[in-house]
Design a protein around this ligand. Structure first.
Ligand code: HAM
Length: 412
């Protein structure tokens, strides 16, 4: 008979990996609390139109990577490839940023993209996603970058640097786009087939192409930072001076363009040299036009998402997580001791202690071996003799000291 395996690009998070995940999630929730962000848990799927319109029809995600299906009612739905568009939908639907109030939200969970799986790239992966709606910045831009830096430092990745750029706005970007199209059209022959196709639909993405010949061409391309309108330039300048005041480390990267089309002004990424080709651990930016694009009022927005698998990979190289074993292993040596063992385990667990046990009686030798295997701190031995005497034996596995334990309360 064939046995089943998980879907390609979908991964089990194994029991020995879970503590690392809990740690990231706990730190994320704690930093969110301190920065006064609330958790909103949107559904894992949305109407396809939300992503198609929100992320931009010419993005790789929308063109090639969405898990889309038609449900039995004929509705076209998509497993979320990212969280921002769904959060915009939720904020608009529940009026969370109406009347000038800011909504400060985060969520944690799986995202789905039909990409070619490789190291650090999965088809189901997890993000910490953090967003602010209703605040035009630049103060909140700096605050979000501080949020991200604090989170990274507190999980143990303080050496990572933020790459920062501004992508302009609908005022200044069209003229810059025109400049780029002219520049790349003159050098069309040197571009890869993908970039030739992008030339007229999404020329900004050419700047970000990883193919050598495209990179060489792109190195001489006009830089958006030289073509920002007055308001975008002021925003960027103010953001930089706030980051300097916070003593946050960042590098200006005029070649940073993001893979999703909703960005305006501030754009940033955190990359690590230790991850190979999939080097971005977090990315984000401002999306002042997205709420309007999805049918709502003009509510500015900014946010970021960090890829949890990539963070776990970086942390694995640092410190192997030592999981402590249970406080007690209950060594059941005779069936007759089962009821007393059960009551004793319930009492200890009620006190908040961690108790491991096998409920089939076994020999002392096999049970001690098992206690060692699960790395218990102490073993409680309970067999026929102990029942008769009304005392179990507790052995400390580190010191080998033994102590009697009164069984009277557990014998009925
Ligand atoms: P993104 O850059 O597409 O942005 O993804 C953010 C992070 O998710 C990446 O830096 C990476 O760590 C992780 N990631 C993306 N794709 C994969 C994959 N296939 N496998 C493993 N990890 C992956 C967004 O998703 C935006 N929604 C971020 C944002 C929030 N912008 C504003 N608000």
């Amino acid at each position: 008979m064939t046995t089943f395996t998980a879907i390609k690009g979908f991964k089990d998070i194994m029991p020995d990996e879970s503590p690392g995940w809990h740690r990231l999630e706990t730190v994320a929730r704690e930093v969110a609390r301190r920065y006064d962000f609330k958790e909103l848990r949107p559904p894992l799927a949305e109407k396809t139109e939300i992503f198609a319109r929100g992320l931009g029809p010419a993005t790789d995600v929308v063109e090639k990577e969405m898990y889309t299906l038609v449900d039995k009612g004929g509705e076209k739905i998509t497993l979320r490839p990212e969280a921002t568009a769904g959060l915009v939908r939720a904020v608009l639907e529940h009026h969370l940023a109406d009347g000038g109030q800011a909504a400060r939200l985060f969520c944690l969970g799986p995202m789905f993209r039909y990409e070619r799986p490789q190291k650090g790239r999965l088809r189901q992966f997890h993000q910490l996603d953090v967003e602010v709606f209703g605040d035009p910045g630049p103060g909140v831009d700096a605050e979000l970058l501080a949020w991200l830096t604090t989170f990274l430092a507190e999980i143990g990745l303080s050496e990572l640097t933020i790459h920062l750029n501004s992508l302009g706005c609908p005022e200044c970007r069209p003229a810059f786009r025109e400049l780029l199209v002219n520049f790349f059209t003159e050098r069309r022959e040197a571009l890869c087939p993908d970039c030739r196709r992008r030339l007229n639909i999404n020329p900004l993405r050419i700047i970000d192409c990883k193919i050598d010949s495209c990179r060489q061409v792109a190195a001489g391309a006009p830089k958006i930072l030289d073509h920002l309108c007055g308001e975008c330039a002021d925003h960027f300048k103010a953001l930089k001076s706030l980051l300097d005041a916070l003593e946050l480390r960042y590098e200006i990267n005029p070649n940073l363009v993001r893979g999703l089309d909703y960005y305006t002004r501030t754009a940033f990424e955190v990359v690590s040299g230790d991850l190979g080709a999939q080097s971005a651990v977090a990315g984000g930016g401002r999306y002042d036009g997205l709420c309007r694009e999805l049918g709502g009022p003009d509510i500015p927005g900014i946010g970021f998402a960090a890829g949890l698998e990539r963070l776990i990979m970086l942390l694995k190289d640092k410190a192997p997580s030592d999981q402590p074993g249970p406080d007690y292993y209950l060594a059941l040596l005779h069936e007759a001791a089962l009821p007393a063992s059960f009551r004793l385990a319930a009492e200890l667990r009620g006190q908040g202690l961690r108790v491991a046990a096998d409920w089939r009686p076994g020999s002392l030798k096999s049970r001690l071996k098992r206690a060692d295997k699960v790395a218990a701190a102490k073993v409680i031995m309970l067999g026929e003799d102990e029942l008769k005497q009304g005392q179990a034996i507790v052995r400390d596995l580190a010191t080998h000291q033994q102590m009697p334990l009164d069984l009277t309360p557990f014998l009925k």
